[in-house]
Design a protein around this ligand. Structure first.
Ligand SMILES: NC(=O)C1=CN([C@@H]2O[C@H](COP(=O)(O)OP(=O)(O)OC[C@H]3O[C@@H](n4cnc5c(N)ncnc54)[C@H](O)[C@@H]3O)[C@@H](O)[C@H]2O)C=CC1
Ligand SMILES: O=P(O)(O)OC[C@H]1O[C@](O)(CO)[C@@H](O)[C@@H]1O
Length: 384
């Protein structure tokens, strides 16, 4: 049986990537720091995925096991050495940490003369996430091993799309997901023959796919989260029942559409249909997705290459005034959550240095940048 190693046995790992890989005939070994989840995977060897729709369908994902990365280094090295695919959905900020584990496994495979053609794919909400991961892995390899690894291992970027909220089940492994899913992988960087995996699309150029997804699903979602929280909502579906919030989200997405259609010469009608589909996904009444989850890690979401600042700045460079994006960024600066380290750091920075410097630092922009000036002007109006 083909072996896949997936870092991150969390919501998207179990609810999407693990399910696709298992169905494609892989034995999937999840790697996680959460020992309770790993123990449960090893004990049960399967888990249930529930589809959040009127039909309430569910299916069982088989051939899964787990490795606790903090304590099972040798087992992890041996498993990586046998794998033909390594994937990850741990969160962009954690890629640096798992790079060390992946590098150790690849170096072990090389030393044991086991290194064969394989691929490493980061499945994160991040542009060029695999390129970033590859850079971090390379930093842990000596020159000789690095050369061998780069000749055998492919590092394709990918775009993943499926809404998987925080789970509330008695069973630790059961995961509820939305019906929609899309996993797009960069074909030119794939080493070896292109596999036929149901639910995975290989493309020549990933940029239009990842940008379309990040600047529609994730930008729209972020707008609902930050504006919805301002209005006292708790979940995405309930916030979308408010006509004013829905209208604001539509305005945000018409701004990102303007950018995307222009940059990638998309067919405006087809893109409009894509946007409408995404909006209907946000309204799914069978999915209870917390705004605090969708808005999590505000410093990452306010950074330069991310879902809010990147399109807003690009539009302003074209002489446009993306007012709905500016309102969303202003609302994001009010995001407070005592369980979110980035939210705490953001609010501390605002208190200590003022909103102008706090936002300029987060977005890596000068304090007199046009976007910073516009956001600061709106910030006072977006009181929570
Ligand atoms: N939830 C979703 O709908 C989607 C998530 N994603 C991407 O997946 C990422 C993860 O999202 P979720 O699954 O919702 O989060 P999650 O918190 O449910 O899962 C992340 C998992 O990574 C594990 N982890 C943390 N540090 C680790 C380490 N050093 N080694 C191994 N495992 C480690 C955590 O214990 C957790 O089980 C997101 O940041 C995003 O980039 C992408 C598309 C959809
Ligand atoms: O996972 P992130 O990047 O923190 O952002 C949350 C977003 O990711 C998703 O979980 C999946 O794309 C969306 O639900 C949401 O827009």
């Amino acid at each position: 049986m083909k072996q896949a190693v997936h870092f991150g046995a969390g919501n998207i790992g179990r609810g999407f990537i693990g399910a696709i890989l298992s169905k494609a005939g892989y034995q999937v070994t999840f790697v996680d720091v959460n020992k309770a989840v790993i123990d449960e995977l090893n004990e049960k060897g399967s888990y249930t995925v529930q589809i959040a729709s009127a039909e309430q369908a569910s299916f069982v994902v088989e051939n899964v096991s787990g490795i606790h990365s903090s304590s099972e280094h040798e087992r992890l090295n041996e498993t990586i050495a046998k794998a033909s695919l390594i994937t990850a959905s741990v969160g962009p900020n954690i890629l640096t940490h798992i790079a060390k584990d992946i590098a150790a496994g690849l170096a072990y495979a090389e030393e044991q003369s086991m290194l064969k053609e394989l691929n490493v794919v980061a499945c994160e909400n991040m542009i060029q996430a695999t390129d970033f991961l590859r850079g971090e892995i390379e930093g842990h390899l000596n020159d000789t091993i690095k050369e061998r690894v780069l000749s055998k291992v492919g590092f394709p970027n990918s775009a993943v799309d499926r809404i998987v909220p925080i789970q509330h089940h008695d069973d630790l492994l059961t995961v509820q997901v939305e019906p929609f899913f899309e996993w797009v992988v960069e074909e030119p960087s794939w080493k070896g023959s292109i596999p036929n995996m149901e639910g995975v699309q290989f493309v020549e150029d990933l940029s239009p796919f990842i940008e379309r997804k990040l600047l529609t699903v994730n930008t729209g979602h972020a707008a609902i989260a930050y504006i919805g929280l301002q209005e006292g909502y708790v979940t995405v579906d309930r916030a979308m029942e408010n006509a004013a919030i829905k209208e604001k989200v539509e305005q945000v997405l018409s701004e990102t559409s303007e950018f995307l259609v222009g940059k990638y010469e998309l067919d405006p009608e087809q893109h409009k249909a894509y946007v409408n589909k995404i909006i209907s996904r946000f309204e799914n009444p069978y999915l209870s997705d917390e705004l605090s989850r969708v808005g999590r890690s505000p410093l990452r979401k306010l950074s330069a290459k991310e879902r809010l600042v990147y399109p807003a700045r690009a539009l302003m460079e074209q002489g446009r005034e993306p007012n709905a994006l500016i309102d969303t960024i202003a609302a994001a600066l009010h995001f407070k959550n005592e369980e979110d380290q980035e939210a705490i750091a953001l609010q501390a920075a605002i208190e200590e240095h003022g909103v102008k410097k706090a936002f300029a630092d987060a977005a890596d922009l000068p304090e007199d940048d046009v976007l910073v000036v516009a956001v600061v002007r709106k910030y006072a109006a977006a009181v929570r």
